[in-house]
Every structure is written in C-alpha cells, then in structure tokens.
Design a binder for this molecule. Structure first.
Ligand code: NAP
Length: 278
C-alpha cells in the first residue's frame, strides 16, 4: 500500500513509522524542512517534503491529515483541489463535529478518524513505534461516507494494531469532552491552584499530584485547539463537573461524611468501568 501523511508530529510521525515498519510505502509532508529531513533520516518515511502539492500527481491507498486541529480543514480543502478522485482521505483531529460534515462535502471519500492514544509530548521527536497498539481508534462515518474509503481506512487502522470503534461525530465530541478535553482544563486548574500555595507544596508533591497533573502539563497548542474546536461540548461538561464540585463542597461544609463516603464508594466502582484503567 502507498500512504501519504501530512503533519509529521507525535500522531502523524507515529502512524508513519508503524506503516513503514509494516512494509508500506509512506511519504510525508510537514511544515518544516528540518522535520521532513529528520523523518527520512530516521526511516519513519521514505520521502518527505514541505510542499503539500507533492502528493497530487501520485495515487494513494490513503492520505492522512495529522496537522494541528486548526490546520486540518484548510489542509483537507487544499488536498481536495488536486487528489485523484476516490482517494481515501482521513484525519486524526481530536474534535469531529462540523469538521466531518465540511470535509465530507469537500471530499466524498473523506472518513473522520481519531486515535485514542497520545502522550504529553509533541513534534516528530515524540513519535513512537507501536503507539496505537491495542488502542481504540474512532471512525465517524456519515450516511453519505464512501464505503470503499471507509473500508480502506479501517484496514489502515488495523495495520497499526488499533481497534476500530464507529460513532457519530456529535456523540464522539460529547464523549471526548468528558474523558479527554475537560480533564485537561481540570488538571491545568489543579496545577495553577497548587502553584498558588507556594514553594512548600512544590517540595511535597508526590505520585498523586504527578498522576492528576499529567494532562494539564501537556502541549498548550493542543489544549487550546480542543477548546476552540469542541467549545459547546466542553462548556456543557464543565457545567456537569461544577455541579459535582459544588455537591462535594456542600457535603464537606455540612460535615456530611456519610454522603462523601457513598460518593467515593460509587466512584471506586465506576473508575474500572472506563477503558484503559486496570
Ligand atoms: P504535533 O506533535 O504538534 O504534530 C503536528 C505537526 O504538524 C507539527 O509538529 C508540525 O510539524 C506539523 N504541521 C503544523 N502545521 C502544519 C501544516 N499546516 N501542514 C503540515 N504540517 C504541519 O501534534 P499532534 O499531537 O501529533 O496532533 C496532531 C493531530 O492529532 C491534532 O489534530 C490532534 O487533535 C490529534 N491528536 C492528538 C493526540 C495527542 O495526544 N497529542 C491524540 C489523538 C489525536 P513541523 O512544524 O515540525 O513540520
């Protein structure tokens, strides 16, 4: 198979590396010439170039857009002006809502995708082999999505060892607001609030703080991109979260220890019901 990947960062670089290792021909496009040079030198792709138009004269079994969220639609719009008709085109953006509708209008062989895997790092240097192994990889086909393109994208996902999960773009955005996007802001607020405590809190922080602060200390561009692109679902879920915090505050104020005990008993049962938690 021949794949082109646009945006050789954490996700694009990791996908490219897995596909190359699986014996496929992989070309890359990335904003920086140095990233392109590094990607070829490290054997992540066979060829790379900062010029997006380099993919136009070729035929591809799949083209993957793995740029930051804000650049995803403009990149798809440009690709739609020159790709060979029927080329399966997919993205990896963490927000799907209106992006999938617009991209499908621009390119009928577009399939929205979102791998549920990542790290706190970014850029090509953060790319990892096997990042998607046993991870969930969401696809968000619409009724009008080209079924042949969908089958090709699902094949690509299975090649990198991930499990395909189908859902509607709107359901996707509400679910990821709860388990991925809002936790970034809760974790960031935790860091900022703890920093107000001063140097002693910094000195005493241990594994509990390390775990709860991890996602708030990640890539700022990604966090802001999520807030811009998934604004409505994030605001709705922050309201739900605020209701829970207020409830906890009220119970502590009222010294209602038994309600707090019941609450933590329920969360102890609920936590392992989420995937990826042992
Ligand atoms: P990233 O590490 O910052 O990689 C994106 C790379 O794209 C940049 O390093 C940049 O590389 C390149 N780039 C930027 N603008 C470009 C453009 N206009 N054209 C071509 N290349 C461009 O970010 P990422 O974490 O891989 O995220 C990429 C996408 O994956 C986002 O849509 C994000 O929502 C999604 N995603 C992220 C995660 C995660 O945990 N990080 C998980 C799932 C999905 P150079 O400047 O070095 O060339």
């Amino acid at each position: 198979m021949r794949y082109a990947i646009v945006g050789l960062g954490l996700i694009g670089g990791s996908l490219a590396w897995d596909l190359t290792q699986a014996g496929h021909e992989v070309w890359g496009v990335s904003r920086s010439g140095e990233t392109c040079r590094q990607a070829v030198q490290r054997g992540i792709v066979q060829q790379a170039d900062p010029n997006l138009d380099q993919v136009f004269p070729q035929s591809w079994d799949g083209v993957i857009v793995a740029t930051p969220i804000a650049a995803t639609l403009p990149t798809i719009a440009h690709l739609a002006t020159g790709l060979q008709p029927g080329t399966p085109l997919t993205d990896v953006a963490s927000v799907k809502g209106s992006l999938v509708e617009t991209a499908t209008r621009l390119w009928p062989s577009f399939v929205g995708g979102h791998p549920m895997a990542g790290t706190a790092d970014h850029g090509l240097a953060a790319a990892q082999l096997g990042l998607f192994r046993e991870a969930v990889y969401v696809v968000t086909p619409l009724p009008e999505t080209d079924r042949e393109a969908l089958a090709r994208v699902e094949e690509l996902i299975r090649t990198v060892g991930a499990e395909v999960v189908h859902c509607h773009p709107v359901d996707h955005d509400q679910a990821v607001a709860a388990i991925s996007h809002v936790p970034v802001w809760i974790s960031a607020a935790l860091i900022a609030a703890a920093a107000e405590q001063g140097s002693l809190a910094r000195r005493l922080a241990s594994s509990g703080f390390r775990d709860t602060s991890r996602v708030g200390g990640g890539n700022p561009e990604l966090g802001v991109g999520m807030a811009q692109a998934n604004r409505a679902a994030i605001l709705a879920h922050l309201t739900v979260y605020r209701r829970h915090l207020t409830q906890i505050q009220d119970w502590i104020l009222a010294e209602d220890w038994s309600s707090l005990q019941d609450y933590l008993q329920a969360t102890q049962i609920q936590r392992p019901q989420f995937r990826g938690i042992q």
